[in-house]
Write a protein that binds this ligand. Sequence first.
Ligand SMILES: [Ca+2]
Length: 499
Amino acid sequence: MREIFRNVSRRQLLSGAIGLASLPLLSKVLTACSTSKPDSSGSKASKGKAPNVLAIVVDDLRPQLGCYGRSEMISPNIDRLAAEATLFERAYCQVPICGASRASFLSGLRASRTIFGSAYNASKDEDAPNLPSLPATFKQNGYTTISLGKVYHQFDDDLDAWSERPWRPSGMWAEQMYVTPEGRQSALDNPGQFKLGPVFERVNVTDDTYADGKITNKAIEKLKGFSESKERFFLAVGLTKPHLPFNAPERYWAMYDRDKINLADNPFRPAGTPDSAFSNWEELRDYQGIPKEGPLSDEMAKTMIHGYYAATSYADALVGQILAAVDRLELTEETIVLLWGDHGWHLGEQGMWCKHTNFESSLWSPLIVRIPGKAAGQRVAGLTEFVDLYPSLCELCGLELPSHLEGDSFARLLDQPDLAWKQAAFSHYVDGDSVKVDSYRYTEWRSDQGDQYARMLFDHVADLAENNNIAEDPDRAELVAQLSQMLNQGRGWETLRMG
Ligand SMILES: [Ca+2]
């Protein structure tokens, strides 16, 4: 097996340029893969003029949406977008934390131990200072590039990539997140580093009382300006909900009957799973009203889920306002719309309330792409990675791809949604490297010296909820070795890039 993998780059692995299907076990679990070059003919949204891009990134958004089969959710606007677009059923972030995930997909580089890593405030400027980012490439190609709200985690990151200074609502974080005087004061009085207040707020206010409503209004104002100026634009809009705190106007809370909210049915550590797989959900514990140690009560758990649902429906309503403006301003036929999350979130699964893990709950996130002129209501069941966004948008807009990109364009899938394409999706968090293949997720943890010290394997056919770690099952030893080798090639890719 090692001979097969020798001198094989991660790019070759990802593109299927080597015969993984020839391996006896992986041939059963890996999707077959095309090795043809991207076909750019007809991939531009419209003939002649290159399309605009409206990129909406929704903070901490799980695939907890009606269009992802979650009938308990009220998400009519994103569902409608999906009905007009292509929905990627299995899209994965490269690192499950805000700053690093964004730095990764905006730079086109994967996260690893040595770049982006797991820092929540990871910066593109610090880790990839001389490589053109996604917005920089669009700016260099004549687009007006605008950043509103939480696009990069750092407000002042990659400033040269934007046609004007990134915009966020004014005021301190506490003023942006909380609308009640007591909520704001509670946050300001918190002696902790991050000045976090209550974990939720439920008050009867208008949508634009909170920061996300202000960001939405600004986005609509920008779209109106573009419709008049006829500039080609790359407009990135970052909504901050459903990220903590779960604050949303009352009417979004009222959409859900608390008594009908179900708790996760697996609020426990999977059998045989190493300690390194778990977070103590430090981010949540800094919020007021949350115990510093131990599990949440069922009552608090239900409130948390209710709040996440409300904040998701709030974000959905704002997405609807932005998309209505696109229609009203007659920009629909010339604008690509992209909506995705930066990573997932545990709503009690595995007993956790956080991102910050290598479980499916943290790494799986929505991705929906609407291209003018392409078939509506398509669904892609194959694997996709957020590091693919950069090359995909370039190809769809007819821009030359910078050579440093580590993802691959999924533009072909918009014409052939059933095309077998990517064999694996890679993610990284702290010491853990994780690979998702068609039927399995495998994660291993290594020390700074490169020594493996823990691992877990889940069978996603029999156990998609990830309740039973089978990495130590003797019958799986060969499969574990093969998946481990895939991750080792991941580190080889990192070496090639850094070298
Ligand atoms: Ca996030």
